[in-house]
Design a protein around this ligand. Structure first.
Ligand SMILES: NC(=O)c1ccc[n+]([C@@H]2O[C@H](COP(=O)([O-])OP(=O)(O)OC[C@H]3O[C@@H](n4cnc5c(N)ncnc54)[C@H](OP(=O)(O)O)[C@@H]3O)[C@@H](O)[C@H]2O)c1
Length: 285
């Protein structure tokens, strides 16, 4: 049977678009979704169904679920890919940004899952592929709410895997390392103010945003998507897939005590330097 694959966040040049093309090339019937149809023109040109869906809107998600039901289409593979990144120190994250990150990355994925699992339960078959991140397990500084949103997604996936197993529905968590996409351009705003205690490391904070997009680090989307789709279409997909640029590094970091990881990151992200500055300021006061 040809699986029907619904993917969220399929705007051009992102991971969702690459996954849509790869599932399509491997013979699946793909329903690509994104907030704007104009950003899915390449997919439409490739013969892929492209529908507008905002994962933060009940009306939008329910309308697509209803439309597919009316057309007699059951989603066999659901890919919760839509996501947004934020940067900046956690205590300086605005309530608006915190809310938007959780609404999109965590609640949005939950909303879509809720809408499409009843069909899978009826079918006694399905795969939910949640696109998390390596930072859901190994949180880097200066992107705290993004890491929190992905950690919550990981926990949601574990609960879903247990609760949906009786209905033969599998749950796979994808933890990408660095993959070339628009993620750094689509980030939610943060600007270190001159009065911020983090102002001395503002450049490191700004660079943190680009970390996944450095040319030498980021994996190309096509190679990445091929690896992900081959794994997703296995009879027994892995529970967790860590892949993409620098995935090897995060695999090592997951084996280390968290205190060692924090020590490494404190040096890498300027927090040791900041601590020295703060301590020197305190001495001169
Ligand atoms: N690239 C990486 O290195 C990397 C690493 C780890 C994890 N990830 C994860 O991979 C996923 C895809 O990200 P990407 O790298 O491909 O970034 P991207 O190019 O910015 O793509 C993100 C996609 O999510 C969509 N989106 C955002 N808010 C949405 C909403 N409310 N409703 C529907 N769609 C929405 C965006 O749509 P618009 O175009 O309308 O904004 C876009 O299509 C994300 O979950 C991200 O956290 C990426």
């Amino acid at each position: 049977m040809t699986p029907n694959v619904l993917i969220t966040g399929c705007s051009q040049d992102g991971i969702g678009e690459a996954l849509a093309l790869e599932f399509h090339n491997q013979g699946c019937k793909v329903i690509a979704t994104a907030r704007s149809a104009a950003k899915m023109q390449r997919l439409a040109d490739a013969g892929i169904t492209a529908l507008e869906m905002d994962t933060t809107s009940d009306d939008s998600v329910n309308a697509i679920a209803q439309r597919l039901r009316n057309d007699g289409i059951t989603v066999n593979i659901l890919v919760n890919n839509a996501g947004v990144i934020c940067n900046g120190p956690l205590v300086e994250t605005s309530m608006d940004v915190a809310q938007k990150v959780i609404d999109t990355n965590t609640i949005g994925s939950f909303r879509v899952t809720r809408a499409f699992t009843p069909g899978m339960i009826e079918n006694r078959d399905g795969l939910i592929l949640n696109v998390s991140s390596v930072v859901g397990r190994i949180p880097l500084p200066f992107g705290g709410f993004y890491a929190i949103s992905k950690a919550a997604m990981n926990t949601m996936s574990t609960v879903l895997r247990t609760e949906l197993e009786p209905f033969n529905i599998k749950v796979m968590v994808l933890e990408p390392g660095a993959v070339k996409s628009n993620i750094a351009n689509n980030h939610l705003p943060y600007q270190a103010h001159e009065s911020s205690p983090y102002y001395p490391v503002k450049d490191l904070i700004a660079n943190r945003l680009q970390l996944s997009q450095i040319h030498s680090t980021a994996q190309g989307r096509e190679v990445f998507a091929n690896d992900v789709v081959c794994n997703a279409l296995k009879k027994n997909p892995p529970h967790i897939l860590i892949t993409g640029g620098k995935a090897w590094l995060f695999k090592i970091l997951t084996k280390l005590p968290i205190s060692w990881v924090q020590w490494i990151f404190a040096g890498r992200f300027g927090l040791k330097k900041l601590k020295e500055m703060v301590s020197n300021q305190s001495k001169t006061k």
